[in-house]
Design a protein around this ligand. Structure first.
Ligand code: NDP
Length: 334
């Protein structure tokens, strides 16, 4: 494979994200093309085949995806199913000899993440976690400002992401498929931001949960707030919510000023501000196209991705500590 080769990507799970974001983004990539689908809904097949000109041999169900082993058109499987199915679908793809790019959160427990990492390692395939913000220019500039200490060392990060999650019958509020609520689904963006801005791992977390709708959120967390201490002395104050849709930012305060993204985590319209009035503004990019092109380049050039399986597992580990803090009412050392 030359460096200009386009890698074939099979989308596994044709829900909202695959349909509205990832499939259109694949058309804009330099190094990828949509080459196959894995779906449990036979009713979706015709539409997808017509729209994206897919051959019958590249259409699979979750039960037949092992047959991809014979299909050279597919290099990468992008797993876009509910969180607790990521392990099963990743293992199947890796056993079929495919690289795996997997939606966040990587899985619902550290043990399950480790099994995904092990399966990809055993098959000598790459595993990536779909953290799209890591390829977004405003976020990259934030990382640069923080790491180069352009405004001095970062001391405080406030970060939060909330959505009104909607219907009570969806997998996001069912623990067996989601593994958790607001924290696992959207809080992970704020958690990621605190880690990539500081370039450090939190050593202590402390958290509480508020439930105003104990029926809808009987199985998962509704609104979580947590604090985290980092080795340098930086502190993070974070929020995740399935009820309060207005939070979507981070602000990093350093010794000589602050910078902020708001909105930080939406699919587009990312806006930045700095206390010194200097611009924090870049052209908007399609983050899904950017993350896919990066992963394809890593595969083609045989180099590691910044959004590795280990990186995905680390957030699951910290979220587990946050849940432990909520359960025990104590700060938890990591
Ligand atoms: P949807 O519910 O819209 O789609 C999930 C799809 O998974 C379904 O349409 C279905 O596809 C398949 N599926 C297989 N088994 C099940 C099952 N038991 N129950 C429900 N669906 C099943 O979810 P999203 O597309 O919003 O989310 C999918 C993943 O993407 C999640 O891990 C989520 O966290 C992540 N995500 C990431 C975002 C980001 O910005 N990076 C944004 C939104 C979601 P089929 O009918 O083809 O089998």
């Amino acid at each position: 494979a030359g460096p200009n080769k386009k890698l074939g990507v099979a989308l596994c799970g044709l829900g909202k994200l695959s349909t509205d974001q990832i499939a259109p983004a694949l058309q804009k990539t330099q190094h990828c093309r949509l080459a196959g689908i894995v779906t449990g809904s036979s009713g979706k097949v015709d539409t997808w085949r017509k729209k994206y000109n897919l051959p019958a041999r590249s259409v699979y169900t979750y039960d037949t995806m092992h047959r991809m082993a014979d299909n050279d058109d597919i290099d990468i499987v992008y797993v876009v199913t509910p969180n607790a199915l990521h392990l099963e679908h990743t293992v199947a793809a890796a056993k079929a000899g495919k690289h795996v790019f997997c939606e966040k959160p990587l899985e619902i427990s550290v043990e399950r993440c480790q099994q995904m990492i092990d399966a990809c390692k055993a098959a000598d395939r790459m595993l990536g976690t779909a953290y799209r913000c890591r390829f977004e220019p405003h976020h990259l500039e934030g990382i640069r400002i923080a790491r180069e200490q352009e405004l001095g060392p970062v001391r405080i990060i406030e970060a939060g992401f909330g959505i009104d999650v909607g219907a009570a019958d969806q997998w996001r509020v069912k623990r067996a498929l989601s593994g958790g609520g607001a924290l696992m689904d959207v809080g992970i963006y704020a958690l990621q931001a605190t880690r990539y801005l500081t370039g450090e791992e939190p050593v202590l977390v402390s958290a509480t949960e508020t439930k105003t709708d104990p029926v809808k959120f009987a199985e998962v967390d509704e609104t979580v707030t947590w604090t985290a201490q980092f080795p340098s002395g930086a502190n993070a104050y974070c929020t995740a919510s399935f009820k309060v849709g207005g939070i979507k930012n981070f602000r990093a305060t350093a010794d000589r000023g602050w910078f902020e993204l708001d909105p930080a985590y939406y699919y587009g319209g990312i806006k930045g501000m700095r206390s010194d009035g200097k611009p924090l503004s870049f052209p908007q990019v399609d983050m899904f196209a950017a993350e896919l092109d990066d992963f394809a380049r890593c595969v083609l050039e045989k180099r590691p991705t910044v959004v590795s399986g280990e990186e995905g597992m680390q957030d699951v580990k910290i979220m587990s500590a946050i849940y432990e803090s909520i359960r025990t009412g104590r700060a938890v050392k990591i």
